[in-house]
Write a protein that binds this ligand. Structure first.
Ligand code: ZN
Length: 296
């Protein structure tokens, strides 16, 4: 037989594999055996409900959650017509799966737009999954600031006290103090660095637009109450000169100060909380108006 495959004689006459070919075959067999062993361990861990040792659970989890959502029952709420969410569950099995000890923690993000009932619903379901921390997302996207405050206040009571809360995408120095007062532990924002690159600087005396010609001969430090490496070395006049000359160093120095100012602000928040004087601290921040211009 010559067509459709090798005959027994062809096989008998075929040369034996070289040592190099034998090595390749041997490696392939070992790799296949190792993968098979991992699959067996993964299946065994999953069958015991122990997701910590289920090797592929972290990759599959988002898809699984999505399919769970598709299987869920519609919620009888006028605001949720046509939307299905997974039924409430006390299943805590996702907790250890998402915790990477000593490295990272996976936070669940509470969504729900500007609707307090949807925010509450989302928060309760995510808290039921027992994540290491919780974020509040979908805010600071152009809505009125009063509405942002209102939404954060609506979500906060539904998040566990003992776990970190992260408000995404805020804010000005004054706002981060306000949110800390609402129980928010961490925030992130492009504002300090982006504003710095455009010559807008936050100081203990208010905002400074370093492009302004009024600073051309101003030999005073950018912020007399700041101990950052910029305020202790350079004058406002020098910073303005750098910016006006198009020097990249202007953006670098401005960024260093703004980030230092934000860090100092949060340090002051922590200190005030530790002393039990946060309310007084917040009143002082509101009175000083950190967002207002230093000079009008
Ligand atoms: Zn500074």
């Amino acid at each position: 037989m010559k067509c459709g495959g090798a005959s027994a004689e062809d096989v008998a006459r075929s040369p034996s594999p070289s040592p190099a070919e034998s090595n390749i075959v041997s490696h392939s067999e070992r790799l296949a055996a190792a993968l098979f062993a991992i699959l067996l361990l993964d299946r065994a861990a999953r069958s015991r409900g122990n997701l910590r040792y289920a090797f592929f659970e972290k990759v599959r989890a988002p898809r699984e959650l999505s399919s769970r959502a598709q299987r869920g029952n519609p919620i009888p709420d006028a605001n949720l017509q046509g939307i299905t969410l997974p039924p409430c569950s006390n299943d805590n099995s996702l907790d250890t799966s998402y915790q990477l000890p000593g490295t990272q923690s996976l936070f669940a993000i509470v969504q729900g737009g500007m609707y307090p009932d949807l925010r509450r619903e989302c928060a309760e379901r995510l808290v039921g999954m027992n994540f290491p921390g919780y974020a509040i997302g979908g805010l600071s996207v152009g809505e009125p600031r009063a509405l942002t405050y209102e939404t954060v206040q609506a979500v906060e009571p539904h998040l566990p006290q003992e776990k970190p809360r992260y408000l995404m995408g805020v804010g000005t120095p004054e706002e981060i103090v306000e949110y800390a007062g609402m129980g928010i532990d961490m925030m992130d924002c492009v504002l300090p660095t982006r504003a710095a690159r455009h010559g807008l600087l936050f100081t203990s005396e208010g905002k400074v637009n370093i492009k302004n010609s009024r600073y051309a001969l101003d030999e005073s430090p950018l912020d007399p109450n700041c101990r950052c490496r910029v305020c202790t070395r350079y004058s406002r006049a020098y910073l303005r000169h750098l910016y006006s000359s198009g020097e990249l160093l202007a953006q670098v120095l401005n960024t260093i100060h703004n980030v230092a100012f934000y860090l100092d602000t949060m340090k002051a928040v922590r200190h005030a909380i530790q002393l039990g004087e946060f309310s007084r601290f917040l009143s002082g921040v509101r009175a000083r108006g950190l967002n207002s211009p230093a000079h009008t």
